[in-house]
Every structure is written in structure tokens, then in C-alpha cells.
Design a protein around this ligand. Structure first.
Ligand code: PEP
Length: 251
């Protein structure tokens, strides 16, 4: 059975004291969440070490929000997959729409980053999703299918065991506008078919596909009730421990 996951993307939020406080609260409250639901938090790089310590003894796993497209060397300001692994991360998010939009993250770069992350022993949460113009033009299925294939078709069925996909319609991120459960489900089912086409039905069945985009305690239940939605990648609501845990209790 595929794993259910709720992951919190803290983005460029939390100073060190704020990150400590949030990590302690999430760790404490995580005991309420059934073991069948994986919990992940992704603080800013600079707070990973400290947050990792605060999570010790809890089942909350640590993730980075990005990793470099090189292993080491003269790449000022970058953080490698090995560094992320060594600080205690099990995961890295890759291809978040904010990185695609503001930092020129291309599918080609994401192939390299995904490879390096997997080689370092990290799991990858790969984000895909259409923007508003693409949705309004009726191109959402094509865009998401294209992004999924462009990255994941370069990998193997074995690699898929360490990859989670997050469908995040860009128009729903941080806008308060959530995709309806039906809109999200039809794209999730499409992504699962794209995975099945290349890697077979068993691999697709095992693939965890998260929804992200203004997911909150009030809408998580309806979204998570859909057959192809296996949890959420949570932005704003992950900055409040109570809301994050409430979402994780929505299965
Ligand atoms: C995100 O950026 O991954 C996200 C889903 O953000 P929000 O929940 O704030 O829309």
C-alpha cells in the first residue's frame, strides 16, 4: 500500500528561534498522528541542523527545499545533496513552482538534481503543476504530463521507490484558492497513468502523489478522501503546528 504523507514547506520563513519553536511544537504534537501517515518538514537550509535536533525522538522527518545541480566545488551560495543528507535530511523538495518561476529551474536541471539527490540517498518530492494561463487555456493535463515525463522518464522503476510527486497548481499556491477535490483528483489520476505507462501499474499504484495549494484544516479531509490523493505538501498552514497536525489528522 502506498504511503500517506503530509509535508510542510516552510519556504523562506522562520528565523532560528522561530524554527526551533515550530519544530518543538510539531514534534510534540506529531504523537497524535497515526503511524500510517508520514510527517515531513522542510525548513530553510540554515535551520536544518537545529530543527533536525529538535525533531530527534519524534517521527517527523527532515527535508530540504532544494539542492544544487553539482556535487561540490566553486558554486557560491549552493548546497549539495551530500550536505543535505549529512545534516540529517531524508528528503529534498525539487522543482517547486517558486524555484521554476523565480530561479530558472528547468526540467533539464531537475533531472540532474533528482539524480544527485537519489545518489546521495535522499528521497525526492518532485513538484509539478500548471499556472493560471495554462489552466484557463485548458492545457493543464498536457503541462503536468509534460513536466512529469520530462523529469521522471529519465529514471528507473527502482528509483520511483524514493520519489514522491506533489501536484501543485500554481494558481492555488499561497492564494487561498484551492483546487476542488475533483480538479485535483483528475490530475492526480492522470499523473498516476503517466507513471503506469512507463513503469507499470504496480509502480504507479505504489507512488505517493501529494496535493499542494492552499491546503488547510478546513479542506484537507475532502482532498485526502480522493482515491489518488495521498496527502499534501503544505505551505502557509505548515507554519502553525496546530494546523499542520490537524491536516495530518484529515485522512
Ligand atoms: C507550497 O508552496 O508548496 C504550498 C502548497 O503553499 P500554500 O499551502 O501556502 O499554498
Amino acid at each position: 500500500m502506498r504511503k500517506k504523507i503530509v509535508a510542510g514547506n516552510w519556504k523562506m520563513n522562520t528565523t532560528l528561534p522561530e524554527a526551533k519553536e515550530l519544530a518543538i511544537a510539531v514534534a510534540e504534537k506529531s504523537a497524535q498522528v497515526p503511524a500510517s501517515v508520514g510527517l515531513i518538514v522542510a525548513p530553510p537550509f540554515v535551520n536544518l541542523n537545529c530543527v533536525g535536533h529538535k525533531l530527534e525522538g519524534s517521527r517527523v522527518e527532515l527535508s530540504a527545499q532544494n539542492c544544487a545541480d553539482h556535487t561540490s566545488g566553486a558554486y557560491t551560495g549552493e548546497v549539495s545533496a551530500d550536505m543535505i543528507k549529512a545534516v540529517g535530511c531524508k528528503w529534498t523538495i525539487l522543482g517547486h513552482s517558486e524555484r521554476r518561476q523565480y530561479y530558472g529551474e528547468t526540467d533539464e536541471k531537475l533531472v540532474v538534481k533528482t539524480r544527485l539527490a537519489l545518489e546521495a540517498g535522499l528521497g525526492v518530492i518532485l513538484c509539478v503543476g500548471e499556472n493560471l494561463d495554462e489552466r484557463e487555456a485548458g492545457k493543464h493535463f498536457d503541462v503536468v504530463t509534460g513536466q512529469t515525463k520530462a523529469v521522471l522518464y529519465n529514471f528507473t522503476a527502482e528509483d520511483m521507490k524514493n520519489i514522491v510527486i506533489a501536484y501543485e497548481p500554481v494558481w492555488a499556491i499561497g492564494t487561498g484558492k484551492t483546487a476542488t477535490a475533483e480538479q485535483a483528483e483528475e490530475i492526480h489520476a492522470c499523473i498516476r497513468r503517466v507513471i503506469a505507462d512507463k513503469f507499470g501499474a504496480a509502480v504507479a499504484d505504489d507512488m505517493t502523489i501529494l496535493y499542494g495549494g492552499s491546503c488547510k484544516p478546513s479542506n484537507a479531509k475532502e482532498l485526502f478522501a480522493q482515491p489518488d490523493i495521498d496527502g499534501g505538501l503544505i505551505g502557509g498552514a505548515a507554519l502553525k503546528a496546530d494546523d499542520f497536525i490537524q491536516i495530518a489528522l484529515s485522512f
